[in-house]
Design a protein around this ligand. Sequence first.
Ligand code: SAH
Ligand code: SF4
Length: 332
Amino acid sequence: MEAFIAGLGKEHYRARQIMRWLYRHGASSVEEMTDLAKELRAELGRTARISSLEPVAVERSHDGTEKYLFGLGDGNQIESVIIPDDGRLTLCISVQAGCAMGCRFCLTGKGGFARDLSAGEILDQILGVIRERGRETKITNVVLMGMGEPLANYARVKQALGIMASDLGFGLSRRRITLSTVGLIPQMKRLFAEGVPCRLAVSLNAATQKLRAYLMPIARRYPLSTLLAACRDLPLPPRERITFEYVLIQGVNDAEGDAGRLTELLRGIRCKINLIPLNECSGIPFSRPREKVILLFQKVLMEEGYTTIIRESRGSAISAACGQLRGRITGS
Ligand code: SAH
Ligand code: SF4
């Protein structure tokens, strides 16, 4: 913003004022920026555009979950989900239109890849939701667990996270931003080397290389053993843990033996485990395990000392899992 303002030949400090208008006040027009000189406003009106996302559909579930389908300028659509929980208000956002990773249990993956989102489109989901719900909405946590693979859109995601964490942006502390990845090892290392403000979640979903490669084709490029070795070596800040996500699929990866193997694989990694019972939907040829299978899987992990939480896909009544609202509304 400072470079842009310098390019217009204006004062340096104007950049900060504009940033505050955009992200603190959610200004949707330059006219609202009343502490800018009139000529500057006129100039900005000619040279700049404030982007925004309009919801195409909003659905609310009885558990408080709200799902937003946003239309992008080029006709693509993305989803964001609001999840109220224990005094927190978490927003789950998308980073790509579609996803190229092709995981077999994921509707987004099934729909294929359209394009990367810009940093603006990633941030506009936050502003779009606040605009829709009202200015008093205070989003406390952001998770990059919507559509797309964040580390396949590294530079734009990094820029967006910088603004989320900045006091001139949304002012979220890095502990309140979680990036979930399918396990792109070089970019995982870069995140830490470059101090990108987020915590890391890794989607594991299987306890053997063979099964993981079947469920998640990317595992052929980054095998399970290499991935876990990389996780072991990441320079985690003190007291911080990696989250491993494990989507539980009936008869595929939900046996007691899978849980046992997982406890061996993760030994020595500072981590916690989120078990996500599969969110079923038409087009995905798998089902969710029975309750007692899920609880037994959790018990095996807990008994070996792993913090293990069962994360229900919230808002399943409104298809609030990865790619599901888009799937229903557009039939894609
Ligand atoms: N691409 C990233 C982030 C988006 S997916 C990743 O894969 O980590 C976010 C999470 O949703 C991942 O842990 C993924 O395994 C999970 N997921 C995908 N499809 C699901 C489904 N049908 N039911 C439950 N969880 C699912
Ligand atoms: Fe992409 Fe994540 Fe879905 Fe896999 S689970 S297809 S990486 S969005």
